[in-house]
Design a protein around this ligand. Sequence first.
Ligand code: NAG
Ligand code: NAG
Ligand code: NAG
Length: 465
Amino acid sequence: MASFLSHLVFLSLALLVSANGFTVPLKRVHRSPGGLLAPGHADVPVGNSHDFSSVGGQKLGVILDTGSSDLWVVSSNCTGIDCSGVAKYNATSSLSLSSYNFKLAYLIGTVSGSIGFETITLGSYQITAQVFAIANETRGLNLSSAGNSGIMGLSFPLSAAIPATAGKTILENMFAYFDDAHRFFAFRLGRSSDDSTFSFGQLDSLLSNSTDDFTRTAVYTGTGRHSTLDYWKLPLHAITLNSSTSISSFTASRVPGSPTPIAVLDTGTTFILGPTKDVDAFWAAVGASRKLDSGQWEVQCTRAVAVGFVLGDEHTKREYVIDPEDVSLAEGSPEEGWCTGGIQASDGVNSGDWILGDAFLRVGSNVYVTHHGATAHQPPQIGLLNLTDPHAALARFQSERGHDDEDPITGHPQVYSHQDRTHLNAPAICGIVLVSAFIVGALVSLVAQWYMQHRYNVRKDNTMS
Ligand SMILES: *[C@@H]1O[C@H](CO)[C@@H](O)[C@H](O)[C@H]1NC(C)=O
Ligand SMILES: *[C@@H]1O[C@H](CO)[C@@H](O)[C@H](O)[C@H]1NC(C)=O
Ligand SMILES: *[C@@H]1O[C@H](CO)[C@@H](O)[C@H](O)[C@H]1NC(C)=O
């Protein structure tokens, strides 16, 4: 292994270092309607199809996943159905192959191959001898349907399957390029196929021009002997319904020592997932809902409710309200009048208790999140900027979906501090309205197999041989 470590030199093109970060468009890739209900079809939330990344000079689209930490791409030796038809990596003269194998098991599939080192570019940044895995076999990941060649994990080294002794993760190497103030990345996840971006070292100017807009909280690590920095996660204090009631009594956290449930932010998951008991209680409180035999929750499409997640530590906790469109997903509903719940039960999450996937992270209307790397003065942090106006979102939802005949939610209001953006200027508002206007039609919240979608961070079974 020592011989590989000697290759770890970070090379930057002088010209590019002066460019402080980058923002690139991302293409949201979605399944064809015919594939919606077919078992084994995996959802691929954010793909990169704008050629901003390359491996050994070859442009390969990868899924950007904040719920895992390895970078891997399929090689030309990958000949199975799962990886057919996607661009494949061919060995170059800059490749240095190790004798170590790589195997990563996700809930619905696996990937295996070898570990090597190659020159990687991301936007205008280049890393030489980046450790990565070259997959000669993938199963159940359904790369071919979305045309992705691999996954780029953007979580912490501790959750990587490639051992830390082999080399730094791509995120560590990228963070090393940026000064303290710019050591962060962010996604703007839109609702249609072409209104998403990924930014490194800067913000998407459509949404914000200053990290001061955000409420920042240290990534939850626990304390003492339980202290672990593995995923982008925060304490969850309560879930509010229409600001009129709130659920704050949850199943005990599976994270050792944590007094509250822990929520993991994950672009690799479509839905919001939580423990069965809590999710069942949530839908019972919403009303006009039903649980199918498969365990999937549905809600009457006219049920208008603004759901808020109260996140942060004791000093920073705020309510982040999500759009009713993300609570009740209209696309692809199998039965008239019933919509798929944006919040679903899963007891298979082991990175935390709740996973806040795209249904939460969609900034077309919900929240804009920054992921900050550690500096000499502070640990990694998550910045949250609420973008929802719950009243406007509810009014729009009601005018689109029609009258709700069921009883309204009643309860005892509990007031949580709200994190509001205070200085939206007119062009930004127009932009946001345009973004949220795409809502229906285009995509994402593809019903079916919701339980598969947390594959990037559940039951991750890392084995090295
Ligand atoms: C994939 O690569 C590994 C390690 O290089 C090798 O042991 C395995 O036989 C290969 N599998 C296939 C299907 O080519
Ligand atoms: C950020 O700055 C740019 C350029 O001045 C401006 O066009 C944009 O509206 C600003 N964005 C926000 C959210 O204020
Ligand atoms: C949520 O609030 C809106 C606006 O106040 C109201 O019209 C709607 O009926 C409420 N929803 C439920 C399920 O009570």
